[in-house]
Design a protein around this ligand. Structure first.
Ligand code: IPM
Ligand code: MN
Length: 363
C-alpha cells in the first residue's frame, strides 16, 4: 500500500475548522482507494506565534521539507497587525514559499455548473470560463531589496519596496505557463505594466523570448489595469494567465469571484525539488471563525490538487471532484454560495459530511 506523509498547517481563523473537514475527506478517500495517508499537524502562522513567538518554527519547516506534500489552510489575524513585520503570520507564509523554492503558484478558475447562479456576474459572461492563473511566487515586489522605512533628511519618514525580477525567474515561470497551455487551449496571456515599469518591460521581453520556442502557443500581453477589466468583461477569452507575484495576488482574487465565491478556489505552489504546498486562495476570515459557517470547498479542492499532482492518486482526486459537484448539484450550499431559496444552507462540517457521503456512494 502506498503511504503518503502530509504536513497539515491549519493556521488561523477558519483554518482549523476547514482543516478538520478536509482531513476527514482525505481519510475516507484513503480507505476507498487503498492508500495510507498520515496528516501530521504542525504549528504555523498566528497560532504558532502564540506558542513559539515565531510564525514558522524551524521544526515546522524541516517537517515540511521531509514530507510528500504540505496542506495549508489559512493564516493571519488583525490582532498581529502591530507586530514587527518578520514576526507576523504572513511573513511565515512568505518564508515557507521561499525556503521551499515554490516559485510557481497555480490557481485554476473553473465554473461549476451548479454554481452558475452564485456569481455576481451574469451567467452568459461566466458560463465558459476555464482559466488558470500562473502566478510567480518567490520574487517580485514581495521579496525585492531594498525595502523598509527610513527617516529622511528633510524630515518625516519614507517607506519603500522594490519590484525586481531576474531573467532566470521570469524564464522559469514562463516555461511553466507555456507547458500548461500546451495541454489546454494553447493560449497564454501575460499580464504586466510594461507601459510604466522597467521591470514589466523586461518581463514582457523575456516572456516573448521564451514564447518564441512554443510555436503552437498564441501569446498575448495585457496591461494589468486592462486585464482587471477584461476579467469581468469577457473572462472566457483567457486560457493561461501568466503574471508576477503582486499582480497575480490581485488578479486571482478577482478571478475567484467569477466562480461565485472565493471560498471555491484552490491552489498549488510548486518548485523544482521540494514538496509542494496546497492551499486555498482565500484568507483566514477571522470574522467568521469558529461559527461553523466557513466554506471548506477551496481547501478540499486544494487537497484534490495535492492528490493529483503530488501524490499521483488521480482516481481519488477525480472522485473527490465528482463528489463536490454532486453535493452542489443537489442544492447543498454553505452560506457564501446561496443564490436562491430552494437551496439548502449547510454548515462547514455538514457540507463536509455530505461530500463524504457522495464519495462513498460513488463506489
Ligand atoms: C495569497 C495571500 C498571501 C499573498 C498573503 C496571506 C501573504 O493573499 O496567498 O494570495 O499575498 O500571497
Ligand atoms: Mn491573495
Amino acid at each position: 500500500m502506498t503511504s503518503h506523509k502530509i504536513i497539515l498547517l491549519s493556521g488561523d481563523g477558519i483554518g482549523p475548522e476547514i482543516s478538520m473537514v478536509t482531513k476527514k475527506v482525505l481519510e475516507t478517500l484513503s480507505q476507498i482507494f487503498s492508500f495510507s495517508i498520515s496528516l501530521e499537524e504542525k504549528p504555523f502562522g498566528g497560532s504558532s506565534i502564540e506558542l513559539t513567538n515565531n510564525p514558522l518554527p524551524e521544526e515546522t519547516l524541516e517537517s515540511c521539507k521531509n514530507s510528500d506534500a504540505v496542506l495549508l489552510a489559512a493564516i493571519g489575524d488583525p490582532k498581529y497587525d502591530n507586530l514587527a513585520r518578520e514576526l507576523r503570520p504572513e511573513s511565515g507564509l512568505l518564508r515557507l514559499r521561499s525556503e521551499l523554492g515554490l516559485f510557481s503558484n497555480i490557481r485554476p478558475v473553473k465554473i461549476r455548473e451548479a454554481l452558475i447562479d452564485s456569481s455576481s456576474l451574469k451567467k452568459e459572461i461566466i458560463r465558459n470560463v476555464d482559466l488558470i492563473v500562473v502566478r510567480e511566487l518567490t520574487g517580485g515586489i514581495y521579496f525585492g531589496q531594498p525595502k523598509g522605512r527610513i527617516n529622511t533628511e528633510e524630515g518625516g519618514e519614507r517607506a519603500f519596496n522594490t519590484m525586481t525580477y531576474s531573467q532566470f525567474e521570469i524564464d522559469r515561470i514562463a516555461k511553466i505557463a507555456f507547458e500548461l497551455a500546451e495541454k489546454r487551449r494553447k493560449k497564454v496571456c501575460s499580464i504586466d505594466k510594461a507601459n510604466v515599469l522597467d521591470v514589466s518591460q523586461f518581463w514582457r521581453e523575456r516572456v516573448t523570448n521564451i514564447g518564441n520556442k512554443y510555436t503552437d502557443i498564441e501569446l498575448s500581453h495585457q496591461y494589468v489595469d486592462n486585464a482587471a477589466m477584461q476579467l469581468v468583461r469577457q473572462p472566457e477569452q483567457f486560457d493561461v494567465i501568466l503574471t508576477g507575484n503582486l499582480f497575480g495576488d490581485i488578479i486571482s482574487d478577482e478571478a475567484a469571484m467569477l466562480t461565485g465565491s472565493i471560498g471555491m478556489l484552490p491552489s498549488a505552489s510548486l518548485g523544482a525539488r521540494n514538496p509542494g504546498v496546497f492551499e486555498p486562495v482565500h484568507g483566514s476570515a477571522p470574522d467568521i471563525a469558529g461559527k461553523n459557517i466557513a466554506n471548506p470547498i477551496a481547501m478540499i479542492l486544494s487537497a484534490a490538487m495535492m492528490l493529483k499532482i503530488a501524490l499521483k492518486e488521480e482516481k481519488a482526486a477525480e472522485a473527490l471532484e465528482k463528489a463536490i459537484d454532486n453535493t452542489l448539484a443537489k442544492g447543498f450550499r454553505t452560506v457564501d454560495l446561496i443564490s436562491n431559496p430552494s437551496q439548502q444552507e449547510c454548515g462547514c462540517r455538514e457540507i463536509g459530511e455530505l461530500i463524504i457521503q457522495e464519495i462513498k456512494s460513488l463506489e
